[in-house]
Design a protein around this ligand. Sequence first.
Ligand SMILES: [Zn+2]
Ligand SMILES: [Zn+2]
Length: 289
Amino acid sequence: MSARLVLLGSKGGPAIRPGGPWPTSSLLEIAGRRIVIDCGLGVTRGLTDAGMSLKALDMIVVTHLHSDHVLELGPLIHTAWTAGLADLVRVFGPAGTRACWQGFLQSMAFDIDIRIVDEGRPDLRRLVDVVEFSDGEVFSQDGLTVSALRVDHPPVTDCFALRFDHAEGTVVFSSDTAYFPPLADFASGADILVHEAMLAAGVDRLVARTGNGARLKEHLLASHTFAEQAGAIAEAAGVGRLVLHHLIPADDPEVSQADWITAARKSWPGALTVASDGLVVEFADDSSV
Ligand SMILES: [Zn+2]
Ligand SMILES: [Zn+2]
């Protein structure tokens, strides 16, 4: 298994619309592991569409507890359990992740208990180990190191960019953040930087469509990064490839891939990928969109 990244869900924000893309989740295959990064709605479908057996679920990392990153955490693990999961799953997330998992278990206690008795399944509660992390090293084993950097995503304070280092390659995820220059140091020399991105032209139309106007716009501008700013981070970090992910807006018919490319190209001349659901990014690939 060579290293690859699959963008399962590529839109920013939790709302979905007919025919549109799905909230944020990614699959990183590296160091012989399959690592799920964020669990927005649709992550389970995304993983199976990517050809992954849910029994192989091993490690999940959640960047923050906004619903477009965590809504399907419990349902993913529960579904893997009904698919035959037998080995421990490790879930890494910020403070509050354990309570989120415990709340899910409580909500499904009837079903879990009945399947243990009726179908002879192992106790789901003992198949999951939740580790809450903060800044610094999150995990290190067999040549794979995962580290975290707190980013700027008000009003959420526990929101972390992630860096995965291994001999097969280095990948950095920005998570959700306003333009945050320290990310350039954190992502320095990475093969792939997966950065959230927003397009100025689409924000006003998105706000008008969603219906809570000024307040939503205020949140978007304070908490997210424009594509040209993501390009500036990639340029300062000297990464091998920039992937624009967590797109805002993601399902505006007036916004095309060319608009994202034009915006990022203002500051980033290197290899560039604009995320879409199910898109595979190979580490060795040096092509551009
Ligand atoms: Zn988000
Ligand atoms: Zn968020």
